[in-house]
Design a binder for this molecule. Structure first.
Ligand SMILES: NC(=O)c1ccc[n+]([C@@H]2O[C@H](COP(=O)([O-])OP(=O)(O)OC[C@H]3O[C@@H](n4cnc5c(N)ncnc54)[C@H](OP(=O)(O)O)[C@@H]3O)[C@@H](O)[C@H]2O)c1
Length: 323
C-alpha cells in the first residue's frame, strides 16, 4: 500500500509517497481502506514541527478519514466491509490506516466519504467553541474571522443553527460569497476594509457578543478592541502564523472574557460531553441544518499541493485527499 511519509520535518514538498507492506491490525484494532482523508491546518504545522503534538519521525500525516474496514484484530465486533469514519490524529494520508475499533463510527450507506472525513475536527472544534465555551445565544451577534476556512465555516453554520446573527470576515470577495451561501448575515473583507470601522457599523457601535478567532496575527487586537459588553473572545488558532499579545485592560473595560478552545484535549478529557455534541450535530445534519462543504479533492500523490494550497490561503471550506 502507498502512504505519504514525513521522514524529516519541513515544508510540504519534503513529503514523500512510499510503498509499504499491507497493515495488520492488533487486538482491538481495525485496518481501514481509506476512501477520503481531510486536510486540516494543523497538518501543515505538524510536518514542520510547529504544532503542540509532535509525532516521532518518520510518520504519515493526516488526522481524520472515512473508508471501509478491511481487516479486524482480535476482539473487534466491527465486520470487514463496514463503512466508517475515524479520527486518528496521524496516519490518514495513505491507502490503508490503522484505527482503534472504539474510534470508528459506522456511516450510513448514503453518506459521502469525503463529507464524512471532513466533519469531525472542524465541526467538533466549532461546536465546542461556540456552544460549550462561548454559550452563544439566539439573538446574539458572533463575528467569525477566517470565516471561509474549515473551522470558520463550521462556526458560521453552527451560529446560524443557534439563532445568532453571524458576521463573516475573510480576505476575498470569493470567500465571503461562500460565507453568505452558508448563512452569514453580513460580511467584512479585512483585506480591503477597516476591520474596526466595519464592526462598528455592522453592530450599531455595540460590538459582537462573541468573536471566533482561528487566525490570530494582526486581526486579533482590533477585533478584541471591538468586542461588546460581556463579550467572549474565542482563541481557536493562529493560521496567520503569529500568536498575538493582547493588552489585558481591554478585557476589563468590556467585562469581556478571553476563552481558550482546544478540541483535542476536550475530546480526551470529557468524552461524554464530546459524544453529546456529536449526537446533537448528527441531528442537525439530519434536519439539513449543517452541510459540510468539500470544495476540492486531491489524489494521494498531490497531498503536498493540497497542504501548500491550505498554507497559502487558497482553500475554502474543506479539502480532502482521496487515495
Ligand atoms: N483549537 C482547536 O481545538 C483547533 C482545532 C482545529 C484547528 N485549529 C486551528 O484553527 C486554525 C484554522 O484551521 P483550519 O483547518 O480551519 O484552516 P483553514 O481552513 O486553512 O482556515 C484558516 C483561515 O485562516 C485565514 N488565514 C489568515 N492568514 C493566514 C495565513 N497566513 N495562512 C493561512 N491561513 C490564513 C484564511 O482565511 P482568509 O484568507 O480569509 O484570512 C483561512 O481560511 C488553525 O490555526 C488550526 O491550527 C484549532
Amino acid at each position: 500500500m502507498r502512504a505519504i511519509r514525513c521522514n524529516q520535518y519541513g515544508p510540504p514538498d519534503s513529503l514523500t509517497l512510499e510503498d509499504s507492506p499491507d497493515l495488520v491490525p492488533g487486538p482491538g484494532q481495525v485496518v481501514i481502506d481509506v476512501k477520503a482523508a481531510a486536510v486540516n491546518f494543523p497538518d501543515v504545522l505538524i510536518i514542520e514541527n510547529k504544532y503542540q503534538m509532535k509525532p516521532p519521525l518518520p510518520f504519515t500525516p493526516g488526522a481524520e478519514l472515512a473508508g471501509v474496514v478491511r481487516t479486524v484484530g482480535e476482539g473487534v465486533k466491527l465486520a470487514p466491509g463496514t463503512r466508517v469514519v475515524a479520527y486518528v490524529g496521524t496516519d490518514a494520508f495513505a491507502e490503508q490506516a490503522l484505527a482503534d475499533a472504539s474510534a470508528c463510527v459506522a456511516l450510513p450507506e448514503a453518506a459521502d466519504f469525503a463529507t464524512a472525513a471532513a466533519f469531525t475536527l472542524a465541526y467538533g472544534t466549532s461546536h465546542h467553541a461556540v456552544v460549550d465555551r462561548a454559550a452563544l445565544r439566539a439573538g446574539e451577534t458572533m463575528l467569525v474571522l477566517g470565516a471561509a476556512g474549515g473551522v470558520g465555516l463550521a462556526a458560521v453554520e453552527i451560529g446560524k443553527v443557534l439563532g445568532a446573527r453571524v458576521i463573516a470576515a475573510a480576505s476575498s470577495e470569493e470567500k465571503l460569497e461562500v460565507c453568505r451561501r452558508f448563512g452569514a448575515d453580513a460580511t467584512i473583507n479585512y483585506s480591503t476594509e477597516d476591520l474596526r470601522e466595519r464592526i462598528k457599523v455592522l453592530t450599531d457601535g455595540k460590538g459582537p457578543d462573541v468573536i471566533y478567532d482561528p487566525v490570530g496575527g494582526e486581526y486579533a487586537e482590533p477585533a478584541f478592541r471591538s468586542i461588546g459588553w460581556r463579550g467572549r473572545y474565542l482563541v481557536v488558532g493562529f493560521a496567520n502564523g503569529e500568536i498575538p499579545k493582547l493588552p489585558l485592560n481591554l478585557a476589563l473595560l468590556k467585562g469581556a472574557s478571553l476563552v481558550g478552545v482546544f478540541w483535542g484535549d476536550f475530546a480526551r478529557r470529557e468524552p461524554q460531553r464530546n459524544a453529546a455534541a456529536f449526537a446533537q450535530m448528527v441531528g442537525w445534519i439530519g434536519e439539513g441544518k449543517l452541510k459540510p462543504y468539500v470544495s476540492k479533492r486531491y489524489k494521494l500523490a498531490d497531498t503536498a499541493q493540497a497542504l501548500k494550497d491550505m498554507a497559502s490561503r487558497k482553500v475554502t471550506g474543506k479539502i480532502v485527499i482521496e487515495p
